[in-house]
Design a protein around this ligand. Sequence first.
Ligand SMILES: NC(=O)c1ccc[n+]([C@@H]2O[C@H](COP(=O)([O-])OP(=O)(O)OC[C@H]3O[C@@H](n4cnc5c(N)ncnc54)[C@H](OP(=O)(O)O)[C@@H]3O)[C@@H](O)[C@H]2O)c1
Length: 327
Amino acid sequence: MSEDQITFAGCPTPSIRLGVGTWAWGDKATWGMGGYDADFTEDTIRDAWEVSLDAGISLFDTAEVYGGGRSERIIGRLIAEDPTRRHQLVIATKFMPSPWKLNVRTALLSAARASRDRLGVETIDLYQIHGPISLRSHAAMADALAAAHQEGLIRAAGVSNYSNREMGAIHSELAARGMALASNQIEYSLLRRRPESTGLLAACRRLGVVPLAYSPIGQGRLTGKYSVSNPPPGKRNFSGHPMEQVDRIVGELQRIGEEHGRTPSQVALNWIIAKGAVPIPGAKNAEQATENAGALGWQLDGPEIAALDQIGLEGQRKLQHRIWQHG
Ligand SMILES: NC(=O)c1ccc[n+]([C@@H]2O[C@H](COP(=O)([O-])OP(=O)(O)OC[C@H]3O[C@@H](n4cnc5c(N)ncnc54)[C@H](OP(=O)(O)O)[C@@H]3O)[C@@H](O)[C@H]2O)c1
């Protein structure tokens, strides 16, 4: 898949190759805002936002559960500060389909209205089901998404953490209602190559579903600033790899990066882009946003991609538990 051809079905947007994840924005438990990370404030978030927009990045990913709605509210304030930029934005948020929400249509519609209000937008560009944890059928979920689309609440529909089988099922149910499945947001990085080995990435390509890669720099562990002797703070335990294993990958990212004058994060993100997925790295400040934007505008060559393939890890099978961590 050429990186210039990625657009969301149903969402009239410019092509998207890289986005920004905003789980950390307003979150204390995992990311330390108002907690262990004293340098992380709404001002540093504004800097990250502006740097990203200036670099031509338009996709911002949030969720109703991030910071209990704070992430969406912060984005709403940033949009309100300069409404002239709304047209260049693709705002993606998520519905948490908790099993106790038995009337999923009513729950989704009211959640979408609340997210829209927190974001201060007329229509949510991409609305994603956070994970396949609902007790209701794919048909019921597709009905709810179609109703939200009909009401003008959402432009395009996506899912997250869906397997091949689950993605195929919701894709068919949406198609039966005249809607496309725009995206499947999955954990995909050099710490979790499972979406390749399970055929999920290939299935996305076949169905025209954009794979959005979350935790693409391993929750900060692939940036080179953490190591065995300096592990990351907070609960950054996706895929649970010992830092010794992570350090080996960082070493290879550093080696390849030196050839291009790039950092480990930029190489890790460029590898994902080369695989046809859209990484959505989190950024807490201008420095991180600038560095992450530097994943664009250059390309790893075939032998470098193969060397990274060789050293990348398969990662965990089950993801459901992490949806409950509100990632
Ligand atoms: N759908 C889901 O179930 C799900 C699950 C998880 C995440 N997501 C989405 O994916 C997004 C990204 O994933 P993530 O935030 O878990 O992990 P990530 O993008 O792999 O890592 C982000 C963290 O790494 C550090 N960082 C970022 N850029 C850096 C740089 N250039 N140099 C040094 N450190 C840097 C920052 O934390 P420190 O500065 O504190 O180290 C930042 O918060 C989330 O924000 C969210 O939107 C979705």
